[in-house]
Design a protein around this ligand. Structure first.
Ligand code: WTA
Length: 633
C-alpha cells in the first residue's frame, strides 16, 4: 500500500513514481481517507497564475477523518493528552469519544451563535484543550478558523481580525505561561474597539482573572455548552473549500493570511505525519509548538488526529517550574516522539545536564526539529543527551505556506546527517536557482530554494490578495514556487537549508518580517527612519538589531529611555517576540542612489564583521558606513 513507506528502497521507488505519475500517486494516498464523495480530478494547476485545485469534485469533512473515523476502533484511546502549565494540576486524557462529544457540542454552540459555513472565526486562546476543540468545531461546521498566537498584541489581533472580517472571537479570561498570567480578555477588548465586524466573543474560563464582561457581546463558553446538543452532523465540504487562514509575516507590509483548503491539506498532513515520524499505533507524540503556528495546526492537531494518534498538548514553557520540565513530561507520559525547535534545544542545552539526566527518557524513539536551521552543536546535544544516540533526528523543513513538511528524513529510514533536512517527501520537487533565474544543477551547490511542482498541502492564496500571493511566491522564478530560503545540495543530493534570503528574520523560531517592525518603530515621535536586520544569537538563532535615525527633537533625549520606549511600541504593535536586542542610533543609513537601504552592509556590521562590505560603489553616502561601524553597540 502506497500510504506507508517502509524502507529506503521503498522511498526511492515511491519518489520516482510520485514524479512520473503524480496524479496517480496522490490519488492512491487520498484513497486512505474517508470521503462523502470521491474526486473527479486529482490535480489541476497553473503555476503562473498560482491556481491549484486538488481532488476537485471530492466531498468530505476533515473532522470526520480526524475524529469520527476513529470511533470504531479507538473510541477509548487518548486523542489529546493535556499537560497543564502547573505540574501539580492533573493531566487530562481526552479520548476520541470525548473529543467527538466536545467538538460536536462546541460546533452546535457556534451554529447557535449564528456562525455558518464560510464565516471566519478568530481563535485567541492559550494552549488548553478548548483551543484544539474550537479549531475542530470550526472545521466541523465549515467555518474558517483563524488562530492568532496568544502572544500577539491587541493591534496585531485587530489587524488580523479586520483583514479576514471575522465575525466571532473565541478567547479566555486569561492564560498561564510559566509563572505569569496573561490577561487575554483585556487584550481582546482593546483589539475589538477597532473591529466592528465582530459581534460576539465566547469566553473560556481558565485563570479566573476578573474580566470586563460586555453584555450582549460576551458569553461564557461553559454556559453555552451546558445547553448545547451532543448531536452534530458535520458539514459536507468541497475539496477546495477553505479550511483555515493562518497569518505569517511578510518581508513587507501587513501580515499575509495564508489560505489552506480542505482535502489537499488533509491528505498532505496525514501522509507526512505517518511517514516522516514513522508513526505507530501505540506512540505518544509530543510536538511542543503552539497551535497558533502552522506546526501546531499540522502536527499537534490535524496530522496526528488524522492518524488516530495520541497527541500531547502542553500549556506551559520549558523553564517552568524548572529546566527539567520537558524531560519530566517525557518520563511521566512515556512519550515516544519529541518534535521541537532548535531554539528550545539550545536554551535547554545551556542549563545543567543534570536536568536531563534526572529523568528516564527511554520511551523516546524519534526526535524532530523544525522552524529554523539546527546548528551542529545543538544537533549533537539533542542526539547524545536526549536521544541517547538511539533516536533518529528528523530535521523537517517546511513553511506556513507549504501546509506540511516538504524536505525531511523519514525517521529510521533516511540516513541522517547533522544540519541537513536531507531529501524531499514523495511528490515534492526541490531545485536550486541562481539570482539570474537559471537552475543550478549538480552537486555541492548553493542557491535559492524553489519547488517545481505542486503538492497537495500548498497554500492556495493570500486571503483577499491573490496578486500578492503571485508576486511573493511565483514571480521571481516563473513556473516555480519560490520559498524565500537558501539551500545547499551536497554530493548525494541531500539539502541543507541555509536560512532566509529575504527580509524575514527567524527569532526563536518565529518568523518576523522587518518591515512591519520598522513601521512600528517609525511611529515613535522622535524617530525619523529605521532599518532592522537579524544577527546570530546563541539561543534565539537570530536576534534583531535596529539602526535608527532620530529627528532633531529626539537628539537630546536619553538613549536608554528611547530604547525602552521603542521596544514598548513594538510590543504594543506586534508582541514582545518582536522586540529588538540592540538599538544603535545613527546619523544616516547606507543607501543606494535609488534610495534603497543596503541591508547587506547593516547585516555585516550587526554581526561584527567589518572586513569586506563588497561593492559599495552605488552608495550615495559611503562615508556613513565607517561612522556606523564606530558606533556599533
Ligand atoms: C525556516 C515553520 C531550516 C525556513 C514550519 C522557512 C527551517 C521558515 C526549518 C518557515 C528547518 C523551517 N531547517 N529552516 N528544518 N524549518 N525553517 O512559516 O526559513 O513559521 O522558510 O513554518 O522557517 O517558518 P514558518
Amino acid at each position: 500500500m502506497a500510504y506507508t513507506i517502509h524502507d529506503l528502497e521503498d522511498y526511492f521507488k515511491l519518489y520516482r513514481r510520485s514524479i512520473r505519475t503524480p496524479r496517480k500517486f496522490w490519488g492512491e494516498i487520498a484513497d486512505n481517507f474517508s470521503w462523502n464523495q470521491k474526486w473527479d480530478n486529482v490535480l489541476d494547476f497553473n503555476m503562473t497564475e498560482a491556481k491549484f485545485s486538488w481532488f476537485e469534485g471530492g466531498k468530505l469533512n476533515i473532522t470526520e477523518n480526524a475524529i469520527d473515523r476513529h470511533l470504531v476502533n479507538r473510541s477509548k484511546k487518548t486523542a489529546i493528552l493535556f499537560e497543564p502549565n502547573d505540574p501539580n494540576e492533573k493531566a487530562q486524557h481526552i479520548t476520541y469519544e470525548e473529543l467527538h462529544l466536545r467538538v460536536c457540542k462546541m460546533a452546535n454552540v457556534l451554529k447557535e451563535q449564528g456562525i455558518t459555513k464560510g464565516d471566519r472565526v478568530c481563535i485567541y486562546l492559550p494552549m488548553i484543550p478548548e483551543l484544539a476543540i474550537s479549531v475542530l468545531a470550526c472545521a466541523r461546521i465549515g467555518a474558517i478558523h483563524s488562530v492568532v498566537f496568544a502572544g500577539f498584541s491587541a493591534s496585531a489581533i485587530a489587524a488580523r481580525i479586520l483583514d479576514s472580517d471575522c465575525k466571532l472571537v473565541i478567547t479566555a479570561d486569561g492564560g498561564f505561561r510559566g509563572n505569569k498570567t496573561i490577561d487575554l480578555k483585556s487584550i481582546v477588548d482593546e483589539a475589538l474597539v477597532k473591529c466592528p465586524c465582530v459581534d460576539k466573543v465566547l469566553l473560556v474560563k481558565r485563570t479566573n482573572t476578573p474580566i470586563n464582561f460586555q453584555d450582549g457581546r460576551d458569553y461564557w463558553m461553559e454556559e453555552l455548552l451546558e445547553n448545547s446538543s451532543i448531536n452534530n452532523t458535520p458539514e459536507i465540504m468541497d475539496a477546495e473549500d477553505t479550511l483555515f487562514i493562518l497569518y505569517t509575516s511578510g518581508s513587507t507590509g501587513k501580515p499575509k493570511g495564508m489560505v489552506h483548503t480542505t482535502a489537499g491539506y488533509m491528505v498532505y498532513t496525514g501522509y507526512t505525519f505517518k511517514n516522516v515520524f514513522q508513526y505507530q499505533e501505540q506512540d505518544i507524540f509530543w510536538c511542543t509548538a503552539d497551535i497558533g503556528w502552522i506546526t501546531g495546526h499540522s502536527y499537534i492537531l490535524y496530522g496526528a488526529l488524522l492518524n488516530g494518534a495520541t497527541t500531547v498538548l502542553f500549556e506551559g514553557v520549558p523553564s517552568y517550574p524548572d529546566f527539567g520540565r520537558f524531560w519530566e513530561i517525557i518520563d511521566k507520559h512515556k512519550i515516544t516522539h519529541l518534535y521541537t525547535a532548535p531554539t528550545a534545544i539550545r536554551s535547554l542545552a545551556k542549563e545543567n545536564i543534570e536536568w536531563v539526566e534526572k529523568y528516564n527518557l527511554s520511551s523516546l524513539k524519534i526526535l524532530g526539529s523544525v522552524g529554523e536551521p539546527i546548528n551542529e552543536e545543538a544537533w549533537h546535544w539533542y542526539d547524545n543527551h536526549v536521544g541517547k544516540k538511539k533516536c533518529p533526528i528528523v530535521d523537517t523543513w517546511w513553511q506556513t505556506e507549504t501546509g506540511g513538511i516538504l524536505i525531511s528524513p523519514l525517521a529510521g529510514i533516511t540516513p541522517t546527517k547533522p544540519t541537513y533536512a536531507t531529501l524531499p517527501i514523495p511528490g515534492v520537487q526541490p531545485l536550486l536557482m541562481d539570482d539570474k533565474g537559471n537552475e543550478i544543477e549538480g552537486e555541492q551547490v548553493t542557491g535559492n530554494l524553489c519547488i517545481n511542482f505542486p503538492w497537495p498541502g500548498i497554500a492556495r492564496t493570500i486571503w483577499g490578495d491573490h496578486e500578492r500571493y503571485i508576486d511573493t511566491y511565483f514571480k521571481a522564478y516563473p513556473g516555480k514556487y519560490f520559498t524565500g530560503d537558501g539551500a545547499f545540495r551536497d554530493e548525494v543530493g541531500y539539502y541543507r537549508i541555509t536560512g532566509r534570503v529575504d527580509d524575514v528574520v527567524i527569532v526563536s523560531g518565529h518568523n518576523l518580517g522587518t518591515a512591519p517592525i520598522e513601521d512600528a518603530i517609525n511611529e515613535h515621535p522622535a524617530v525619523a527612519e529605521s532599518a532592522l536586520v537579524g544577527f546570530p544569537h546563541e539561543i534565539k538563532g537570530n536576534a534583531l538589531y535596529g539602526f535608527i535615525i532620530l529627528k532633531e527633537s529626539g537628539e537630546n533625549r536619553d538613549h536608554n529611555n528611547l530604547r525602552q520606549e521603542i521596544n514598548k511600541l513594538i510590543s504594543d504593535h506586534i508582541g514582545p517576540i518582536a522586540k529588538l536586542d540592540k538599538i544603535q542610533f545613527v546619523d544616516g543609513l547606507p543607501k543606494t542612489r535609488s534610495g534603497k537601504i543596503m541591508r547587506r552592509i547593516l547585516r555585516k556590521i550587526s554581526e561584527g564583521d567589518f572586513s569586506n562590505f563588497g561593492d559599495t560603489s552605488t552608495l550615495l553616502n559611503p562615508e556613513i558606513v565607517d561612522e556606523i561601524v564606530k558606533g556599533k553597540v
